[in-house]
Design a protein. Structure first.
Length: 302
């Protein structure tokens, strides 16, 4: 079967289509035929070695798929090595999805939807009426966070984006305004996956008792060390978030996913489907993602 693998760390150029043997399900697992595999920014960190050690090589990335079980059920699943025509998944973790739900929309709810949900509920602990700023608001996580912030009771939802097209998208999704720094109003919550200079400017824009939630470093420039005295003067806090350990907590997956699917079925949450790339063109998908040429959820299709 076809899979995408890298044998050394690097940029998108290390991703190669290869023929490998189909995986064999272990106890409690099921073999899935992949309809679409989700692409996440975390996959680029796996590829460049930020998330993996050399002992993991060679490696097939990918953490989520929509696929078919041998008995024909269409399911959403968390997996390892999802950039492939077939994958194995834990039978207990499969979530059946309706035929009419697009694969990209379904995949948007897995890693990115759960990230947006936990950023607002678990990390930021959003309270009714608060002002939320979402960085990279047209991306997979950001486009959902904009909508969920409104759904969860935010008073104002402000978006940070990089192009006019993305500005139109986030306003259509319900953002009150597109902002640049310095802000003209203080923020109670800032969700930041960029880091670098944007992190520093966001920290200085927090209201008293504001929370800056950092969950990525797309800038790849490193962070300025945060001085506790600075936080004291700002009367603010910085919270870190990483989805992988968060998902190990009881109730961290099934309940939020069911809530997200319910919001989609009611038309109150609209996952943004981005580009669809042939599986063999995973390199191009990563190039576009890193260059910020994408919006919403992008997927690979065998």
């Amino acid at each position: 079967m076809l899979a995408i693998r890298f044998d050394r760390f690097g940029g998108p150029e290390v991703l190669r289509p290869v023929e490998v043997a189909a995986p064999v399900p272990g106890p409690g697992e099921v073999l899935l035929t992949v309809e679409a595999a989700g692409v996440n920014f975390a996959d680029t960190h796996q590829t460049d070695g930020s998330y993996l050690g050399a002992d993991a090589l060679p490696y097939v990335p990918g953490s989520e798929v929509v696929g078919r079980t041998p008995d024909g059920r269409r399911v959403l699943a968390r997996v390892s090595h999802g950039y492939a025509e077939q994958v194995t998944a834990k039978a207990s973790g499969l979530l059946e999805i309706p035929e009419e739900l697009g694969a990209a929309q379904a995949l948007a709810l897995m890693m990115q939807g759960l990230t947006a949900w936990h950023l607002l509920r678990s990390a930021a602990r959003l309270r009714s009426g608060e002002t939320v700023v979402v960085h990279s608001a047209a991306g997979g996580v950001g486009s959902l966070a904009v909508q969920l912030a409104r759904e969860f009771g935010a008073g104002r939802v402000l978006a940070q984006v990089s192009t006019p097209d993305k500005e139109r998208l986030v306003l259509d999704l319900g953002a009150d305004a597109v902002v640049t720094y310095p802000l003209t109003e203080k923020a109670d919550i800032v969700l930041d996956a960029v880091g670098g200079d944007l992190f520093d400017r966001a920290l200085d824009s927090l209201a008293s008792f504001g929370r800056l939630v950092t969950y990525g470093n797309a800038a790849r420039t490193g962070f300025t060390p945060v001085d506790p005295a600075r936080l004291g003067r700002l009367n603010a806090s910085v919270t870190g978030f990483w989805l992988r350990p968060a998902l190990a907590a009881p109730g961290a997956v099934a309940g939020p996913l069911q809530e997200l699917l319910g919001l989609v079925s009611e038309g109150r949450l609209k996952p943004v489907a981005g580009g669809s790339y042939p599986l063999a063109e995973a390199r191009r998908a990563h190039e576009d993602l890193l260059a910020r040429r994408t919006t919403g959820k992008i997927v690979l299709t065998p």
